[in-house]
Write a protein that binds this ligand. Structure first.
Ligand code: FES
Length: 162
């Protein structure tokens, strides 16, 4: 009985500490994003760092949510998406930094193999066929790639925020 009480107190304390750390990290990242904001978004890479076929992961603070995202250079065009599959709320790169199919023609979710068009984010094969990745606005500003938050109602971010 006593052991159970100690274990409950320990787990409760760990949970509260984890919540506090998460909140502090969110505040720190939000302040950093506000400080570094440009053209309505965040600089995620230099154009020279993103040759064709390159992928870079980054995070954004959008409203009350911290979301994981990625930007790609697909045939010279920069596209950015929230890193969350449309089948289930899981990152596409379950295998770290593997976003493209072997031939580099499509994006692929490593969990169940959904295949997406890199330029539109549309799922063309797999369990979420017909749905699309959540696209983010991208601009190139003074040789840097700047990505912003999605427009409109951000409540859908709740389920995919970390
Ligand atoms: S979670 Fe991506 S295909 Fe199932």
């Amino acid at each position: 009985m006593e052991l159970t009480l100690y274990a409950s107190a320990l787990f409760g304390s760990v949970y509260l500490v984890a919540l506090a750390v998460r909140r502090l990290r969110f505040r720190r990242d939000r302040a950093r994003m506000t400080r570094e904001a440009r053209s309505g978004g965040k600089v995620v890479a230099g154009v020279g760092q993103m040759p064709a076929g390159a992928v870079r992961k980054f995070w954004l603070i959008c409203g009350k949510h911290r979301i994981d995202c990625f930007v790609i250079n697909y045939r010279g065009q920069f596209r950015a998406y929230i890193n969350s599959c449309r089948h289930m709320v899981t990152p596409l790169d379950f295998v770290r930094y593997q976003f493209f199919t072997e031939d580099g023609s499509h994006l692929m979710c490593a969990t169940h193999g959904a295949v997406y068009e890199p330029d539109t984010g549309l799922c063309v094969e797999g369990p979420c066929k017909g749905l699309a990745l959540h696209a983010l606005p991208v601009v190139v500003d003074h040789g840097e790639i700047v990505v912003g938050c999605p427009a409109g109602d951000l409540s859908f971010l709740r389920e995919m925020a970390d």
